[in-house]
Design a protein around this ligand. Structure first.
Ligand SMILES: [Zn+2]
Length: 274
């Protein structure tokens, strides 16, 4: 087994499972050729963004962590992956929507002060944040590339918003939404070979899906089912026909980073993890 513990976590906001399966050709190329694995994840509910950012990054459910709606603007009280990397001597960075800064570094977000945060004293040591939902994914991934080159973080969290934004504008059943998913897959096809060459493991998932009314929040498969792609020699490759609870993502990240999960995270039980 490799001792590599560097990880890039790509979170594509609002990417529903069936649309990813039908439209992300590059990621499926990697699965078909034995380079990656694909799972279906069932999100926690409410299938809303801010609660699920906290679910993904702390492995705790909303009723426990208190981040129960998008309107709860406060620092997280939980131990996040950012905290855990620092605790274990690993470095971290993120290019993310500003709500991630509000959860782990500073709330409320002040665009004039908080856009670029390079401060090793903070839970997020290196952060570049945007606050417009149409901030182009192409620029976001370039922000991430800058952090990767200049900071060489052990853990890099990259959070894109255009899929969610177009889902709200055009609905989950629209050419606009599907074409945006293809555009993100094309970005992946451009950037991932580069990041893999740098020796990173990569996971790609989403917070929630998008329903045909152009919304999310409820319990339908369109709201809750999201993909999980993993590129790591710690995980078997191929298509896994199983449903993974979203609370498994944070312990998976800890496993790939080879650090102890927090005391409140679930035990890692994903088939295929070696
Ligand atoms: Zn949304």
């Amino acid at each position: 087994m490799s001792t590599n513990q560097k990880l890039i976590f790509i979170m594509i906001d609002g990417l529903r499972y069936d649309t990813a399966v039908k439209n992300m050709g590059y990621l499926h190329h990697l699965v078909e050729k034995g380079q990656a694995s694909r799972y279906k994840v069932i999100s926690e509910v409410p299938s809303m963004s801010r609660p699920l950012y906290e679910v993904l990054l702390t492995g705790t459910p909303p009723h426990q962590n208190g981040i129960t709606s998008n309107h709860v603007v406060q620092l997280s009280k939980e131990e996040s992956i950012f905290h855990l990397t620092k605790k274990n001597g690993l470095s971290n960075a993120t290019a993310s929507y500003h709500w991630v800064s509000e959860l782990y570094n500073s709330a409320p977000f002040d665009p004039m002060k908080d856009r670029i945060q390079l401060n090793a004293e903070k839970p997020i040591e290196n952060g570049i944040f945007y606050w417009e939902d149409h901030y182009p994914d192409s620029h976001l991934f370039a922000d991430a590339q800058y952090l990767l080159e200049s900071k060489s973080p052990d853990f890099l969290y990259v959070h894109s918003m255009n899929v969610d934004d177009d889902g709200h504008k055009f609905t989950g059943d629209s050419a606009g939404y599907r074409n945006r998913v293809i555009a993100v897959d094309t970005l992946m096809a451009t950037i991932l070979p580069r990041w893999l060459k740098e020796g990173y493991q990569i996971i790609i998932t989403a917070d929630h899906g998008m329903n045909d009314d152009g919304q999310h929040g409820g319990t339908t498969p369109e709201d809750r089912e999201v993909p999980l792609f993993i590129i790591s020699d710690k995980v078997e490759t191929g298509f896994f026909d199983i449903e993974v609870p979203q609370l498994q993502i944070a312990p998976l990240v800890c496993e790939l980073l080879m650090i102890e999960p927090s005391a409140v995270m679930k035990k890692l039980e994903i088939q295929g993890v070696k």
